[in-house]
Design a protein. Structure first.
Length: 125
């Protein structure tokens, strides 16, 4: 995915630091510091069960600056989406997971079997 991102970013890739971590491990955040924004594209379901999603969202929240932005896109379970309700969350479950983790969802949309959310720390509301 990093190679694809570098190619698509072209000259802009020089200003990007690509970091590879396994977010299924407890120490994946070690040494990363704080971020203005975190973007997750089709990665949450890689936790292999939806029950782990809220924990991941909370971990991301700890990496965000106080006025940071979390953008999350993933497949969803239900009509127009995926069929595995253990791996993929419904649209309602996705939003509830973000809210439970401490986010306020500011916007979102659905396209091609994926849901995209923009969220900020709930403490900003």
């Amino acid at each position: 995915m990093h190679a694809l991102a570098r190619k698509r970013l072209g000259e802009f890739a020089r200003g990007v630091t690509f970091i590879e971590r396994d977010f299924t491990t407890a120490d994946w955040r070690d040494g990363l510091g704080m971020f203005d924004a975190v973007i997750s594209i089709q990665a949450v379901h890689e936790l292999r069960h939806k029950r782990y999603a809220t924990t991941l969202h909370r971990q991301v929240l700890e990496l965000l600056h106080p006025e940071g932005l979390y953008m999350m896109c993933d497949h969803y379970y239900g009509e127009g989406g995926m069929g595995n309700d253990q791996l993929y969350m419904s649209l309602t479950e996705q939003q509830e997971s973000l809210n439970s983790a401490g986010y306020y969802v500011t916007g979102g949309f659905i396209k091609a079997g994926r849901a995209f959310y923009a969220a900020v720390p709930a403490r900003l509301q």
